[in-house]
Design a protein around this ligand. Sequence first.
Ligand code: MOS
Length: 764
Amino acid sequence: MRDHLSSMTSRSFRPDVYQLSKALALTTTSFATPHIVDGGQAAGAPTRVDAPLKVTGAAKYTADHHPEGLAHAVLVCSPIASGRIVSLDVESALRQPGVLGVVSHLNAAELRGAPAPSWPDKPEELLRRPDHGAGLSLADTTVRYAGQAVAAVVADTLTNATAGAHALAIEYAREEAQTLLAAHESEATEPQTGQIPGGEPASSTRGDPDKALASAPVTIRATYLSPTAHHNPIEAAATIAQWVDGKLIVHDANQGPHIIAAALAGAFGLKKADVRVTAQFVGGAFGCKLQLWPHGYIAALAARLVSRPVKLVMTRPQMFTAVGHRPNLIQHISLGAERDGTLLAIKHEAIVQTGSVDEYVEGCVGRTRTRYACPNVSVKTRLAHLNLPAGTSMRAPGKSTGSFALESAMDELAAQLAIDPIELRLRNFADVDPETGRPWSSTALKRCYEVGAARFGWRSGGARRGGREGRLLIGYGMAAGSYPRYASMATARVILHRSGKVVVETGLAEIGTGNPTVMPQIVAEALGVRAADVELVFGNTDLPFAPQAGGSRIVASVGRAILLACDDVKAKLASLASSQPGIENEEAHTVLSRTGTESIEGFGKWEPDGSTPPSVESNAAHFCEVAVDPDLGTLRVRRFVSAIDIGRVLSPVTARSQIIGAVTMGLGQALWEGTEIDERFGRYINTDLGEYLVPVNADVPAIETIFVGEPDPQTGVLGAKSAGEIGMVGVAAAVANAVYDATGIRPRSPPIHFDMLMKEGLIL
Ligand code: MOS
């Protein structure tokens, strides 16, 4: 790994010394070296620094904490999808053994102003948001969706709390619920904010797509459906809350402790400094732990009610209604093209399910504006407010679903024109950002096509690429993906000790992306020290503000704050070295000991400066081979190759892990994942891991990842672009396109189950 990193930089790595002269010269990374990092070889690279803690069970997750005097809360969730609570008999629960209290609308009035469960793009501004939503869960008697938390029972043990929750008598008046997206498509309205997460317009037009479509020699018009889907991290949502002298102390499984603290402070009228939130290790999140959901407020209320620390861990079924989901979607795409495949027009409309009071916008259309060099593009997003929980971001939100539609449609166009799908994409390649006309900060998407196709053994040409292998139908499919770069205000402290140890402190959460491995590398490179001598201290609000681990933004945000903090350390070191004669050129530890200094502390704050950021996209090209057995009715992904452009790869081992995890989620999106609803009751029905299918090891082939990007000089963080989510974008389309290649049947409504192929005429 060190070899790799040093080959990426213009200066060599000197592992064992803090050389002052070196530390003072902030050498710039060389951006000239073209490189391919083979993710497959990353297994030989150093392991993640937190791996031993995780595999030995020493890493502590939220529910592993047991403060003295701990009581337990269990949520009570509404069985009706619409209506109101007529009566709630607190005594019915209080009569049960061990029950200490009941939290409900009867004693939760302050939640009326609690912030909405939609995550802010400027997390530091969360406190200023005037809207509400999460708190509505308990703020009045209204029931807006099945599974809404309407109460929590607190008891001395989990068993007693569970029994108390079952005993709590609630009478409901049920009203008719609207839960079917297709039935409400026509009345869906554009989002009030006019935006998708990230700040792009929810609807926009360039050129005249209607006119261009009307006169286009070739058109494709298709509708793609995406089911409701759930994140399903293995660590359930959990909060432990405790009040000490009017201050709120919280352990919480989340993607950003500072965001959770801000939300709690807002709800309870506290100063943010009086809320301490810890999220040390987080067992998966994928977006469902970005913001504070009702259970977090409820745990804090429960702790105050019983004057004890209270632990609230959600059950798996509760995870399906209380922490968001990827919403049910309808997407309409129209493409108009010349006979040679040149795109003349793209129209993309998404109709997104959301809750009755919330406005989560799945930003399906965002990348459609930038994907291809097409003069006439219109995108539109409409929301259908239904009696369902609020949706939220789920890994590569909008990009995973939007790319499924657009990249399927491109495959349909390629098939209709008998043009190779890669060739079609190259003919419409966006050399510059087609929305702004400005150049990309960097793009290696053509390299992704080239290197991925070579590794996969893509058979180019217009005809079908698969064929038969015995009775198996083999299909090859490919698709592209892109992911923008998000960044927001972040701070960090870097402390250089005389002993040679360096500590970097920042209040981020580690959800599995590899921060304890990557952040020390950033410090090591900036200061010219060994990464092994740098320790990341993270995961609570005593540490400097960091945004939520969402939108693949941590390196782009916190990474920059760390670089600024390193600059500060170096400036202080330089001034120390010039304070005494004869030590100007000494190593750092000599300067520190000769001046009697124990440590030097640097602070860095990065925030967007208001200028227009460059057009930055991470890119992917995915290649998939499927085998369909028409006799046995099986559909297997046999091979998967992903060529990825994330600029410079800071850490091959964690980057590879992000990509194979993301591809696996994309395979889930394509083939297994979908939450079914019973329309009669407006309830999700497959709310456990037995019935909600996620890919398991036996479903997933070895995923080959190849990084082909070059260090991007404009990203501001050592040439790195976003890495966490790009791996998922385009995967579902690559699988669907491979299924089409194998069977001639076009899957437009994943998950692609075999019964769909049978219904479409594939004979068993
Ligand atoms: Mo990710 S869905 O931005 O947590």
